[in-house]
Design a protein around this ligand. Structure first.
Ligand code: AHM
Ligand code: MG
Length: 343
């Protein structure tokens, strides 16, 4: 494990407790909630790693050779998250990509509301490509004796108290922020412990990767088309042409962007006029992480974190990454929008 800005082995638990001590008046509830998510991540990681062999031993919906019912991994991950969040009675409501409606937890007096995409990029499971879990945590506004309402659920990303992701890749890593920088942990599967591997990580100011599904090029706005064309042209000031990288798992694409710099874009397309990625449990937490690391996340005109949500599953276009790259992309998009030739 290569560690940056870390001089001794620190577990996720230790780190959460150390961070809690930096918040005056902290009750320890958020710390417990983060530890519960860490536990769910380990269980999902174990299951993701045996997905291939599970398929050999029994197809989804059937019984495997152990007589166990084989579940779809995203359903399994959703259940694990729900179990984890109900463990400590701290969460009053969970909103998941897997559930049409918000799920009220047993403890309706819990202090936090958690948004989660339990298994993002799930179309990549069958081809052994990285997938992830994304989470976003808000403090409820209503009184704890009352049932949570829309004002609790529909808060802008600026109100997040924590956000993060788990990436099930060549190793399993967990990254989170509570607004005091971004910490990244790597799972040592032999002892089932997450260790701090990157503390206070900073995204490069500029990077030479662009990450977008170019298959829908002809349906983008003119400004975005011109920006991506410019990424392919040699330019002695910016060091272009850039390299293209697109995994098709947002967590993996964003994690690479965080470490190596560059830009990740999921734009408005003909098929997805408001973008495809979901504001509350995909874009907000990853925008929080990227901003905390010194990067930018916008929808082309506005900060992702400032978008006021209208409904829990709404989507938004997103551009995120190194500040110089995102500013340049926005310049193109605005220039062509102002000329009235955005298509
Ligand atoms: P999912 O939540 O159904 O897994 O879809 C989200 C995924 C993201 O991880 C990824 O960035 C995007 O879909 C890829 O979409 P596309 O195949 O249209 O490029
Ligand atoms: Mg998803």
């Amino acid at each position: 494990m290569v560690s940056r800005n870390v001089d001794r082995l620190i577990t996720l638990e230790e780190h959460i407790i150390q961070s809690q001590n930096r918040f005056r008046g902290a009750t320890g509830e958020l710390s417990q909630l983060l530890r519960d998510i860490g536990l769910a991540a380990k269980i999902v990681s174990r299951e993701v790693n045996k997905a291939g062999i599970t398929n050999i031993l029994g197809l989804e919906g059937s019984e495997n050779v152990h007589g166990e019912h084989v579940k779809k991994l995203d359903v399994f991950a959703n259940e694990q998250m729900r179990h984890a969040l109900s463990r400590s009675q701290i969460t009053c409501m969970m909103v998941s990509e897997e559930d049409d409606e918000p799920v009220k937890m047993e403890s309706s007096s819990g202090k936090y509301i958690v948004f989660v995409d339990p298994l993002d990029g799930s179309s990549n499971i069958d081809v052994n490509v990285s997938i992830g879990t994304i989470f976003s945590i808000f403090r409820r506004k209503s009184h704890r004796a009352d049932l949570p309402d829309d004002d609790d659920i529909l808060q802008s990303g600026l109100e997040q108290v924590a956000g993060g992701y788990v990436l099930y890749g060549s190793s399993t890593i967990l990254a989170y922020t509570t607004g005091l920088g971004v910490s990244v942990f790597t799972l040592d599967p032999s002892i089932g412990e997450f260790f701090l591997s990157d503390n206070n990580i900073q995204i490069p100011e500029h990077g030479s990767y662009y990450s977008i599904n170019e298959g829908s090029f002809t349906t983008w706005s003119k400004g975005l088309q011109e920006y991506i064309k410019s990424c392919k042209v040699e330019d002695k000031d910016s060091g272009k042409p850039y390299s293209a990288r697109y995994i098709g798992s947002m967590v993996a694409d964003v994690h690479r962007t965080l470490l190596k710099g560059g830009i990740f874009i999921y734009p408005a397309t003909q098929k997805h006029p408001n973008g495809k990625l979901r504001l509350m449990y995909e874009c907000n937490p990853l925008a929080f992480i990227i901003e905390q690391a010194g990067g930018m996340a916008t929808d082309g005109a506005q900060r992702i974190l400032e978008i006021q949500p209208n409904e829990i599953h709404q989507s938004t276009p997103i551009l995120l990454g190194s500040p110089k790259n995102v500013e340049e992309a926005e310049r193109y998009m605005k220039a062509y929008a102002e000329e009235g030739v955005a298509g």
